[in-house]
Design a protein around this ligand. Structure first.
Ligand code: HEM
Length: 508
């Protein structure tokens, strides 16, 4: 609890008790011992400071550089280290080293996040949540950058920045959310109906990072050792079970303990109450993909479990808290382009955009050598790239060009064998991905997945946001929900009509 001296409140006490006999000296960043830390070097008691006060300059110049750009999205979050263990054999689908033998373990770090808020944003604000896993495998880094939802608002990468603009701060007032912008965008892009509806169900505010599922959401592919190719989705089901907060409790916590989820995760792991998730895949053959009634590469839709059942793979467990947030979490960089042999991409348009975007944002946020930072580093990295800001590796003095005659690193036969060879042809064009059936899966969510009580709460939750926008936009948004379910539309309309009418000058 927040008022108790929980483990997260005791990190300083803990350090202190473990360092009773500490006799380390303070040093400058150059490692030179400092004689007096708490006074500047001045000429006389009341005189000016000297430029040769290198201790002061060392300190102030470091201080003014303590921040790097925060993540442009998913800035607020918490992470923990752990392991992935294989419990079931899926080598029929994938030759990836991480799935090789039942019992094999791979070290991981998982970062949970909020999508839209900044680094200090209250954890319990209604939002999707990020669920990103870095696997430190024998074949290098595999980053699976998912959310706590199997779907997303938009399904073409070119619409992602626009959706984020609509969800984040208004550029004039710096206030968020701008409810006009949010409802305007989602009402104009009906493929967002499914995810928007889900956002206002109970799952829109998890009770903790531990009590939500994770989903790769985008469609990936797998290749087995025979070269056979399958499309797949990744799922992580919380072994703690799903638990959510009601709006009123979330509102209270947002003020009282804005870091509520970070505290919960830290305390659980500190108390050895290690959270875990069961790892599953869904698999679709290329033949099934052609015949599937909905686009299997459209991430505004799920793959129905009745047609593509969950196949168990393993379990992830988180058992170690980071020891420095900045080094291990702020500098943690997940990159959708980091896949390993045996796992590959798909034509999913969001995924295609993401393959570019993460590396690009890390080069801006952390620099070109971000994969050499300890928390991002693969166990082995051998290539012909050299230099650049913050180079850490020496690459063992090998040649810096290829091909070469000096036994530098070579092409990898297995990686080549596991690269999918996909025949492609088509007309280059910009085809709008949002004009297909956007309502039937949302209808399943509304009518089958949630019960009457949750339907009631979902409507109340939605009305909190809908009542903040003008009624022209609200009506347009409700038109989409009425296409999901007539009764849902009626109840939302009744809900906004109970409040103020539309200002007469609003014609959009
Ligand atoms: C973070 C872009 C869609 C999950 C980010 C970041 C960018 C980005 C620039 C910040 C990364 C950083 O600074 O470290 C995009 C683009 C998308 C997209 C362009 C669509 C084209 C998605 C989807 C999901 C997702 C569909 C989930 C399935 C995440 C997560 C993070 C993240 C979990 C936080 C990673 C961390 O914990 O560091 N995204 N994103 N994103 N994104 Fe996306």
């Amino acid at each position: 609890g927040f008022n108790a001296r929980d483990p997260a409140s005791n990190v300083l006490l803990e350090y202190s008790s473990k360092h009773q006999d500490n006799n380390e000296s303070i040093t400058t960043n150059g490692g030179v011992p400092v004689g007096r830390k708490e006074a500047m070097l001045t000429v006389g008691y009341s005189g000016p400071t000297l430029l040769q006060d290198v201790v002061l300059i060392d300190e102030l110049s470091h201080f003014s550089r303590e921040r790097i750009p925060e993540r442009v999205v998913h800035a607020k979050g918490a992470a923990a280290f752990g392991t992935f263990q294989v419990t079931h054999d899926i080598t029929a689908y994938s030759a990836a080293c991480v799935f090789k033998n039942i019992g094999d373990e791979t070290p991981i770090i998982v970062r949970f996040s909020q999508v839209a808020g900044e680094r200090g944003y209250p954890d319990t604000y209604r939002d999707l949540r990020g669920f990103a896993i870095k696997f430190y495998t024998d074949d290098g880094i595999w980053d699976l950058v998912g959310n706590n939802s199997p779907i997303f608002f938009v399904n073409d990468a070119i619409n992602f920045p626009m959706f984020m603009h609509a969800l984040k701060r208004n550029p004039v007032t710096n206030i968020r959310p701008d409810y006009d912008a949010f409802w305007d965008f989602v009402s104009l892009r009906p493929e967002s109906t499914h995810q928007t509806l889900q956002l206002f169900t109970d799952r829109g505010i998890p009770a903790s990072h531990r009590t939500m599922h994770g989903y790769g959401a985008n469609t990936y592919s797998l290749i087995n050792s025979e070269g056979e190719f399958f499309y797949c989705k990744f799922h992580f089901k919380s072994d703690q079970g799903i638990s959510n907060l009601w709006q009123s409790e979330a509102d209270r916590l947002a003020g009282l303990d804005p870091d509520y989820y970070s505290r919960d995760l830290y305390n659980a792991i500190h108390n050895k109450n290690y959270p875990s998730w069961s790892f599953y895949i869904q698999v679709m053959t290329p033949e099934q993909a052609v015949k599937n009634p909905y686009d299997p590469f459209d991430n505004s839709k799920v793959w129905l479990h009745a047609d593509y059942p969950l196949i168990p793979v393993g379990r992830i467990v988180l058992n170690k808290n980071p020891t420095n947030y900045f080094a291990e979490v702020e500098q943690l960089a997940f990159d959708v382009s980091h896949i390993i042999p045996g796992i590959n991409f798909s034509p999913d348009r969001m995924l295609q955009g993401r393959i570019f975007n993460y590396g690009d944002t890390h080069r801006y946020r952390l620099g070109i050598n971000n994969t050499q930072l300890p928390v991002n580093s693969p166990f082995k990295l051998h290539n012909y790239n050299r230099d650049g800001r913050s180079t850490i590796l020496s690459q063992g003095g090998g040649p810096n060009y290829f091909p070469n005659s000096f036994n530098g690193p070579r092409n990898d036969k297995r990686a080549r064998a596991l690269a999918p060879r996909i025949p492609l042809n088509g007309v280059a064009d910009r085809t709008d991905n949002g004009l297909v059936d956007n309502y039937s899966q949302a209808r399943l969510l509304w009518t089958r997945v949630i019960n009457d009580d949750e339907r009631e709460r979902t409507i109340e939750n939605m009305l909190i946001w809908l009542r903040q926008t003008n009624c022209v936009i609200a009506e347009r948004a409700i038109d989409n929900f009425a296409k999901v379910d007539e009764d849902l539309g009626k109840r939302l309309r009744a809900g906004i009509r109970n409040t103020s009418g539309c200002p007469p000058h609003v014609t959009l």
